[in-house]
Design a protein around this ligand. Sequence first.
Ligand SMILES: [Fe+2]
Length: 174
Amino acid sequence: MAKSPAKTIVSASVRGAPAISIGISDKDRAAIAQGLSRLLADTYTLYLTTHNFHWNVTGPMFNTLHTMFMTQYTELWNAVDPVAERIRSLGHPAPGSYAQFSKLATVPDAPVTPPKALEMVRILVQGHEAVARTARELFPMADKASDEPTADLLTQRMTVHEQTAWMLRSLLEE
Ligand SMILES: [Fe+2]
């Protein structure tokens, strides 16, 4: 009788993906991913409001604002991807539904009735400042956990939001 081949023993740990081991504790990865989820929700909400205003702006500043809002919503749209992918790199699922975003966001939803042009600008100043605050709140935790990629991402996002808030604010100053 032929000898049956030796059974190959494959343990679960060999078959499955290994545990994440990047030098950041599970607890810190979870907390940073949660903070980044709030940043993602805020960025997405501000993206949608800015695109909405690009569509609905009226008045003598139409051309300037329509074009400016397009530059801004394009930047915001491109920004959501690196934030979501950092959450994934930390081992957590990235939120990506309107239900999750509405729970996580600190930025309010766009008004149902389109506001006047300068009111749109005012809403966007407040939106960019709110996203900058969300990013800044997370920074000490990323720094403490030596999570340089997140700290770098937060620095880039704060730079953009604070610069955009300044540019929009300048339109409102006499
Ligand atoms: Fe357009």
